[in-house]
Design a protein around this ligand. Structure first.
Ligand SMILES: *Cc1c(COP(=O)(O)O)cnc(C)c1O
Length: 357
């Protein structure tokens, strides 16, 4: 199979559901496009993928992913340019990261042609589902899970890789009030925090809900040893501008290596902004705030691109940050990134992958 020649057998829907979609009122993650891609790993090899109508998958109650959590995913977006083209943002990075997650979870790696040709042909078939409206996109959800119907604890022999898509509206998130998490941990050295593995998200739900019950939108994870160093903000990477330097925790085994994160860092460097990837102590951020040197704080991820942080709660105090309009670094980088993703600006980095229609 070469990247160019794989033609995926396709079973089309009898009737498209596209008329149910109201482009001006898209609720995240509830409406799914007509088709999905499915590929099975069986007898030690990936079988020919298929595109089929979006629908339920019958599962044995003993399906091993449900019991022992061999289950991983990716999240990415396709954008509609003003010229009507469909543009994927850094899809090879999602492909590579899915396989990094697969390795960590003792799952087989997915071949590039299945991932890339699968996305390409699925999006081409459901091109009408990529919203033309500014700020909207088609969210793509590739995922893989263990399908052995066997309840012994061991790596599964069979797996399913699939991709479905859903149109998403513009992200109008309000600036977040976040709180430093002093007890729970998301991830520890030697663990699987760098993988987009399902269990990481399940284990994060209770700490997040408890913070919400205390009135905060989201928590800031700290390191598992001392709760002294900042890791991530909810399911986003986190960055600070302190004294005109863009500072973010260095990616390692405990932090998910976000594609938005590395894009933001690259753009900032190329705008002449000083960037530091290193350990970031909670005390450093709080001390900077008290000295009037904490200019910006924000999360980065595919869903929001940049989610501004309005305040940080730490040890019984809410520390307020400067107004959003004053945040030069994040506002400029977010705008530049958005223009590249949607084809309004040239793409010197070769990040944008055009789908041939
Ligand atoms: C997906 C994810 C991110 C952001 O990654 P992007 O590639 O920028 O979307 C950050 N942290 C966690 C825990 C994630 O799951």
């Amino acid at each position: 199979m070469s990247v160019d020649t794989l033609t995926i057998p396709t079973q089309r829907v009898a009737k498209s559901r596209i008329s149910e979609l109201d482009y001006n009122n898209i609720e995240f993650g509830k409406i799914f496009s007509d088709h999905m891609l499915v590929a099975d790993f069986r007898d030690g090899a990936w079988q020919t993928p298929e595109i089929v109508p979006y629908g339920n998958m019958p599962l044995s109650p003993a399906t091993s992913a449900l019991h022992y959590g061999q289950s991983i995913f990716e999240g990415m977006k396709a954008y509609r340019s003003a010229e009507g083209e469909i543009l994927l943002f850094r899809p090879y990075d999602n492909f590579k990261r899915l396989n990094i997650s697969a390795q960590r979870m003792c799952m087989p790696e997915i071949p590039e042609e299945i991932f890339m040709q699968g996305l390409e042909q699925l999006i081409r078939l459901d091109a009408a589902w990529v919203p033309p409206t500014a700020g909207c996109a088609l969210y793509l959800r590739p995922f893989m899970f263990a399908t052995d119907d066997f309840i012994g604890v061991r790596p599964s022999s069979n797996y399913r890789f699939a991709v479905f898509t859903c149109p998403v509206g513009a992200y109008y998130g309000q600036p977040l009030n976040v709180a430093i998490e002093p007890n729970y941990v998301r991830s520890a050295e030697g663990g699987a925090g760098f993988a987009k593995a399902a269990g990481n998200y399940g284990a994060a739900l209770l700490p997040a809900r408890k913070m919400q019950e205390r009135g905060y939108h989201q928590l800031i994870w700290t390191d598992a040893c001392e709760h002294k160093y900042i890791e991530e903000s909810g399911t986003m990477n986190v960055m600070f501008v302190i004294d005109n330097v863009l500072v973010t925790p260095a990616a390692g085994t405990t932090i998910l290596d976000g594609i938005t994160r590395k894009s933001v860092l690259q753009l900032a460097r190329d705008m002449g902004i000083k960037v530091e990837e290193r350990k970031v102590a909670v005390e450093e951020v709080i001390t900077a705030q008290k000295a009037g040197k904490l200019q910006e704080a924000f999360g980065t991820g595919t869903a929001a691109t940049i989610a501004q942080i309005a305040s940080i709660h730490y040890q019984d105090t809410d520390y307020e940050l400067p107004p959003i309009e004053s945040r030069r670094v994040s506002n400029n980088v977010a705008a530049a990134l958005d223009r590249i993703k949607t084809g309004q600006d040239t793409d010197p980095y070769n990040w944008v992958h055009k789908i041939s229609l």
